[in-house]
Design a binder for this molecule. Structure first.
Ligand code: DGJ
Length: 526
């Protein structure tokens, strides 16, 4: 599904970084945040817009922050995603205006089991919902005027990781009264796993059993955010999503392990039913281990919810590796890493810890038009060096493909590699775990984009050939079986060859080192 589009309506793959929470309105931080996006080869900046600066006095609005971000992104050729920090920032109301903070009688704070306030505004509060919606609608109306023609802003995030921390439920009288009513019809047919009851009846308890409180809070938050989104889209109908603090952590109990009512995997169906004006529910993927990463991406990558990752770690090997699988196996439509400015040293250079993720992002960006074209078709493959792996085998219809990971050693110095592997300057390539995307664009044409991987293609014998051995032992079926090997880049959808590889640089293995992209045309006549 092509969700993100440019001004001309062409699909785009947004890739980039999110700023730190307080960078908006701070010129020196924003410069660093944007410099970091460039160092990651990104095309996207995500930055917050604060309710308290947008509406410092009730009813009087200021859009300087949005204008400033739009201008900076235009000047730097970046797309912009604005994050509406309204009633919720990680579930907390830090970014609401003081006139809201000072009226807890009107803009109600949620209550815990003991009756005391918790650190979130109640989603079951008409006054808050209306005030938040009005401010968001004013922002969207301004975006329509300021950016409707140019479309620097490609999407808006509504709220931030909304949900209740440290309680499973808002035990205020108003919320309890609503909870005693019937489950709304829009949730008909939704069943939650492991809820301990045979769903029936019309009460929250009888329908959702031990998850009744969480189900209700999910519905209440979805309804709240949908109202805000709807008010905004009535002014300017661009894509709207929300980001989610993951529920797939620890023992997975709402309020204890994650914000109750957040759009976690368990309650995605409730959100989809109750928040039709929010296009995407997006996981903040701070998940290093592969198994859980795949589980979570699998939960969110649905036909009605293509996978967009608005936040992920900006450093470390894990995200550098896992992101390849998000794009290859889960059709990821875009991604950002959190905290751009932190990836740079004082002089503005990438920190060594940031290099892996930056190189992976470069590799993904290198094949962006192909990902848009081929995702979900089975033609995009991730080559990722998991622990203890030295090689990865892929069997395609016409080819055996062996990916060898450079960090596993075994290569010859220089030969077949274009870099002298004894040179300490190349230590990053030699030690980092390999990861790449391999995209089959035609029967005999592939694009390889990645880091620390060498690939060998061997033509598979035709199943009807009785004696396949001559083909298998022939170098013409393997390392010499190419028409051309080109290093290059895309300009729009057009491939531009920057350098032809031949001889040593293609006769051994076809390599990628630091995020570069290679087009490989094999010989269909062998
Ligand atoms: C998730 C939030 O959505 C971000 O605003 C930020 O606070 C990050 N966590 C990192 O702390």
């Amino acid at each position: 599904m092509d969700f993100f589009r440019d001004r001309a309506g062409n699909p785009i793959l947004p890739l980039g970084l999110q700023t730190h929470n307080s960078s908006t309105g701070d010129p020196s931080m924003l410069e660093r945040e944007i410099a970091a996006v460039k160092a990651y080869h990104g095309n996207l900046l995500e930055a917050p817009i604060y309710w308290f600066r947008t509406e410092p006095q009730e009813g009087s609005f200021c859009f300087d922050d949005a204008d400033d971000l739009i201008r900076r992104c235009r000047e730097n050729g970046l797309y912009l995603v604005l994050l509406w920090f309204g009633a919720s920032k990680n579930g907390h109301p830090n970014y609401v205006p003081e006139w809201v903070k000072l009226r807890p009688d009107l803009y109600r704070v949620a209550r815990g089991r003991d009756g005391g306030h918790v650190a979130s505004l109640s989603p079951v509060c008409e006054a808050t919902q209306q005030a938040d919606s009005r401010a968001f609608a004013a922002l969207m109306a301004h975006l329509r005027e300021a950016d409707g023609d140019t479309r620097t802003v490609i999407a808006v995030q509504v709220e931030n990781e909304m949900g209740l921390a440290n309680t499973d439920f808002d035990y205020s009288d108003e919320t309890l009264a609503l909870y005693r009513q019937d489950v709304p019809a829009c949730l008909d047919g939704i069943v939650l796993e492991d809820c301990g009851v045979m769903p029936g009846g019309s009460s929250w308890r009888s329908r959702f059993g031990r998850h009744a409180h969480e189900a209700f809070m999910a519905w209440a938050h979805a309804r709240y955010m949908n109202a805000v989104a709807m008010a905004g889209r009535a002014q300017y109908d661009i894509p709207v999503f929300t980001n989610v603090m993951l529920g797939e952590q620890g023992y997975e109990e709402a309020g204890a392990c994650y914000n109750s009512g957040a759009a976690v995997g368990r309650v995605l169906d409730i959100y989809k039913a109750a928040a039709p004006d929010i296009d995407l529910l997006c996981p903040d993927m701070y998940v290093p281990d592969r198994e859980r990463y795949r589980r979570v991406t699998g939960l969110y990558a649905r036909n009605d919810n293509p996978l967009f990752i608005p936040e992920s770690p900006i450093m470390g090997e894990a995200n550098a590796m896992n992101m390849m699988e998000a794009f290859a196996d889960y059709g990821c439509i875009g991604m950002a890493c959190f905290g751009g400015a932190s990836a740079l040293d004082a002089g503005g250079s990438l920190l060594p810890e940031a290099v892996h993720v930056a190189q992976s992002m470069k590799a993904v960006m290198g094949v962006a038009p192909l990902l848009i074209r081929w995702r979900g078709t089975g033609r995009v493959h991730a080559l990722v060096q998991q622990e203890f792996m030295d090689k990865q085998y892929l069997r395609l219809d016409r080819y055996h493909i062996e990916a060898k990971f450079i960090s596993a050693g075994g290569g010859r110095w220089g030969l077949g590699s274009r870099i002298n592997t004894r040179d300490p300057q190349n230590a990053d390539v030699l030690t980092a775990r390999g990861r790449a995307l391999l995209i089959q664009t035609d029967e005999d044409e592939f694009f390889l984009s990645g880091c620390g991987v060498k690939v060998d293609f061997r033509r598979r014998p035709d199943p009807l050939v009785e004696d396949p051995w001559p083909l298998l032992q022939s170098r013409q079926s393997g390392t010499l079986n190419f028409l051309s090997v080109e290093e290059g880049h895309f300009e729009g959808d057009r491939w531009v060859c920057d350098r032809c590889r031949n001889g040593d640089e293609s006769n051994f293995e076809l390599f990628v080192h630091r995020g570069e992209t290679v087009r490989i045309r094999l010989n269909p006549c062998i």
